[in-house]
Design a protein around this ligand. Structure first.
Ligand SMILES: Cc1cc2nc3c(=O)[nH]c(=O)nc-3n(C[C@H](O)[C@H](O)[C@H](O)COP(=O)(O)OP(=O)(O)OC[C@H]3O[C@@H](n4cnc5c(N)ncnc54)[C@H](O)[C@@H]3O)c2cc1C
Length: 417
């Protein structure tokens, strides 16, 4: 491991993982250059358009027991928020087979235990990252609720709740009229609510990342707007990051390029089964009849979050790769489900967005040094990147500056594939 000998670290990617890494590296006194091909917080990065939830309790992966049997029916059901662009299936298949191999009890529990250490203290990690910075304006402490049509529907989801309880998260359960007392704007046929207290959300994730990037610059980090193309290595250790603008000499690198990390990892000899789990949001501007805190609508698998610029409803999983444009069907379904769940919602106009969750086939992020290359992976956070980004950045800064780690990092070993 090359931690300790640091003269200049290049952080590639200015999403939530990259900017968090840069801030913690600067706080450790390390010279840092952040490189991104776009301005931090811009709409092409996944950190821009998520649901904003600091979802400490999100320890249940999408792959779960029975998924292999259920997924053909889910894909064919126009009311289920799982979509596939069929022309992409041949390219998806190798990853999909690996992904589905984790859809059993043993693997789901293992993945869940792997996720918990980087999610459970999310609000504390965000608070530590943003203390005294302009980003403080964007974080809100709140409940995070999961709404079901009925107690039966909640109980049918017992496996997911078993995983959350095992990680130490116990919901408050509300039924019938108590649901409306808590969230008056929920539809009358949504009669059961599992409320997780002590969570939080970000009122504008794009502006939050932009504010964090400004903070990194204030602390002395440099920013280069450029595309990273390659690395130069000497005796297997990185010495230079090759960009579209210039070559940057470095002692270490943080690779925080989200869903686009596969091709750069490959240049270091590491093949990662990484796919885009495409997701969508619709922002309803000037909303009336919206929820007061983030609500996960389990029947539509989307989260409705009251953000600064409107009500953001984000979710859906679609497989279709990075290049294809947004599809109509997922957005139509999302819109329909929002209407069903919040029937009193009115708004001036709506804006939609397609984003790419970086999904390794085993649903665990890669955090740590790639071999002895001096390049540290910080990617693959699929549904939990905003939640776990600040802690990931802190861990990486600690590894690079030679600090002892309290978190068991074995589940995130980038060399595990
Ligand atoms: C619909 C949806 C809802 C979500 N909701 C939540 C939520 O509520 N809570 C949560 O915790 N997570 C959520 N997520 C997941 C979360 O948004 C991601 O896990 C997270 O944003 C990933 O952050 P990142 O820093 O790894 O990647 P990104 O934010 O994508 O940043 C990567 C950066 O790398 C840059 N880059 C890539 N390649 C290069 C290159 N070669 N050269 C230079 N720059 C490069 C890109 O331009 C980009 O800025 C959601 C995701 C979606 C799609």
């Amino acid at each position: 491991m090359s931690g300790g000998n640091t003269s200049h670290v290049v952080v590639i990617g200015a999403g939530i993982v990259g900017v968090s890494s840069a801030i913690w590296l600067r706080r450790a006194g390390v010279e840092v250059t952040i490189v991104d091909r776009v301005e931090p917080g811009g709409p092409t990065s996944t950190s821009y358009g998520n649901a904003g939830v600091l979802a400490s309790c999100s320890v249940a992966p999408v792959t779960s027991p029975g998924m292999v049997q259920k997924s053909p029916k889910m894909l064919l059901d126009p009311n289920f928020p799982l979509f596939l662009r069929w022309s992409y299936l041949p390219r998806l298949t190798p990853w999909l087979l690996k992904y589905l191999s984790h859809a059993n009890d043993g693997e789901t529990r293992r993945i869940s235990q792997g996720l918990a250490p980087i999610t459970f203290d999310s609000t504390d990690q965000h608070a530590a990252l943003i203390k005294g910075t302009d980003a403080e304006d964007w974080m809100v402490s709140s409940d995070y609720s999961f709404v079901y049509p009925s107690r039966d529907a909640f109980e049918a989801d017992h496996y997911t709740w078993m995983l959350r309880r095992k990680a130490g998260f116990e919901p408050e359960l509300l039924e019938g009229e108590a649901v409306r007392d808590f969230e008056p704007n929920l539809a009358s046929d949504l009669n059961f609510l599992a409320v997780m207290h002590d969570h939080g959300y970000v009122r504008d994730p794009g502006k939050y990342v932009a504010a964090l990037s400004l903070e990194a610059k204030k602390l002395g980090a440099k920013f280069l707007k450029a595309e990273v193309k390659d690395f130069d290595l000497t005796d297997g250790h990185v010495t230079t990051v090759v960009t579209s603008q210039e070559k940057l000499a470095c002692s270490q690198v943080v690779l925080a390029t989200g869903v686009w990390s596969g091709s750069l990892a490959k240049k270091l000899g590491l093949t990662v089964p990484l796919e885009s789990e495409r997701g969508y949001h619709i922002v309803f501007r000037s909303p009336q009849g919206a929820p007061t805190s983030p609500v996960m609508v389990t029947t539509g698998k989307f989260v409705a979050t009251p953000m600064k610029d409107g009500l953001r409803c984000a979710g859906v999983v679609e497989f279709g790769g990075l290049e294809a444009p947004a599809s109509k069907a997922p957005l139509d379904l999302l819109r329909r489900k929002v209407k069903e769940s919040f029937p009193k919602l009115t708004f001036d106009r709506e804006e939609s967005w397609l984003g790419h969750r970086p999904a390794p086939s085993d649903s665990l992020p890669l955090i740590g040094e790639i071999g002895n290359s001096g390049v540290y992976a910080g990617f693959g956070h699929h549904h939990i990147g905003l939640t776990a980004g600040p802690k990931t950045g802190r861990i990486l800064a600690g590894l690079i500056s030679g600090q002892r780690q309290n978190t068991d990092l074995s589940a995130y070993n980038p060399m595990r594939f």
